[in-house]
Design a protein around this ligand. Structure first.
Ligand code: NAD
Ligand code: TYD
Length: 351
């Protein structure tokens, strides 16, 4: 079996659902259920005996050690993190606690477990760390996309905390020989994306007659990847990646934010037109920019393609249409989230 952390979040839950759909191997899912963790994402596997959910913290050395000893996973995949840049600007502490200290305690528990395995199990074991392209900092308009040899230049508390965790993972390989793999992926989108991030926020606000907030001039560029493609990339790296290596994962889909929002409005205009006949674009509102806002991210995923034969299945056009349709079909999922804690965040961020 494998142990996944953060498997109730956006990418982790997509990964767990895909894994159980495609493979026969059980998953232990360790998640703290922060505001971003949502058991609704895992409803369809609630009765699946191959899915064992455990509420807990990756920083809890005792708990992680106990789970490892009890279930003897052949791999640990670390998705758990605080992941929202804007929240890291308002309050970096949780990011340091989970992404840096939590990853450290997780690595310590995994190292102790791995050391105690017999030779065969030890040789088969892998620790896969899921990270982001944001660790590389920002690109100018004509710079080549980030490859695995780019310098780490994180600019937000979020990306700095992820960079620190990547360095710890790297150090555990070089110092202790822990068999690790790291993936650095570009911006994901798709089902179960928490509606504080650009794409689900815009879909939700559009449908609810609220402003579509664009930071600054809206010309910041992100390289979008459909979440299911990220999941296939992680499975591929887990099965065939070279230990100690990092792999950049991206969709070759660079888009300015304003274009992304226009595309979402066009699809919504077609699938669920506004009652007054106006375009959802009329709800676009330019708001104050994010401090230290990275201008452009872009991923060069050549290594992953050449070495492991991975390519994304979706273009941005096909993936975004599926995503908008998913949100239209799953309004109840969104409604369950957009209450309580989350509303307080919206008030603070967009006041
Ligand atoms: P998310 O915020 O949607 O989910 C994070 C999950 O981790 C939640 O279920 C949360 O409850 C859990 N969690 C948080 N702290 C924890 C802790 N201390 N112990 C156990 N569980 C904890 O994030 P996501 O978008 O699904 O991102 C998953 C991973 O992928 C993160 O490591 C993130 O840095 C990375 N990543 C995300 C993107 C993206 O576009 N979303 C892109 C590249 C990489
Ligand atoms: P986000 O989804 O927060 O991802 P990240 O910051 O990790 O790239 O934001 C994507 C882009 O959209 C980023 O350039 C910030 C911008 N953005 C807005 O313009 N308005 C918003 O309300 C949000 C949440 C993001």
């Amino acid at each position: 079996m494998i142990l996944v952390t953060g498997g109730a979040g956006f990418i982790g839950s997509n990964f767990v659902l895909d894994w159980l759909d495609k493979l026969d191997e059980p998953v232990i899912n360790l998640d703290k259920l922060t505001y971003a963790g949502n058991l609704d994402n895992l409803k369809t596997v609630a009765d699946n005996k191959k899915h064992i959910f455990v509420k807990g913290d990756i920083g809890d050395f005792e708990l992680v050690s106990k789970l490892l000893a009890e279930h003897k996973p052949r791999a640990v995949l670390n998705f758990a993190a605080e992941s929202h840049v804007d929240r890291s600007i308002h309050g970096p502490e949780d990011f340091i606690q989970t992404n840096v200290v939590g990853t450290f305690h997780l690595l310590e528990a995994v190292r102790a477990y791995w050391r105690g395995l017999d030779d065969e199990e030890k040789a088969a074991f892998k620790f896969l760390h899921v990270s982001t392209d944001e660790v590389y900092g920002t690109l100018e308009k004509n710079d080549p996309p980030f490859n695995e040899r780019n310098r780490y230049e994180p600019n937000s508390p979020y990306s700095a905390s992820k960079a620190a965790s990547d360095h710890l993972v790297r150090a555990y390989h070089h110092t202790y020989g822990l068999p690790v793999l790291t993936t650095n992926c570009s911006n994901n989108y798709g089902p179960y994306h928490f509606p504080e991030k650009l794409i689900p926020l815009v879909i939700h606000n559009a449908l609810n007659g609220k402003p579509l907030p664009i930071y600054g001039d809206g010309q910041q560029i992100r390289d979008w990847l459909f979440v299911k493609d990220h999941c296939t990339a992680i499975r591929r790296v887990l099965s065939a990646g070279r230990l100690g290596e990092t792999y950049n994962v991206g969709g070759w889909n660079e888009k300015p934010n304003l274009e992304v929002v226009h595309t979402i409005c066009d699809i919504l205009d077609e699938l669920q037109p506004r009652a007054d006949g106006q375009s959802y674009k009329s709800q676009i509102t330019f708001v104050k920019d994010r401090p230290g806002h990275d201008r452009r991210y872009a991923i060069d995923a050549t290594k992953l393609e050449k070495e492991l034969g991975w390519k994304p299945a979706e273009t941005f056009e096909t993936g975004i249409r599926k995503t908008v349709q998913w949100y239209l079909d799953n309004q109840a999922w969104v409604e369950n989230i957009t209450s309580g804690q989350y509303l307080k965040w919206v008030e603070k961020q967009y006041q």
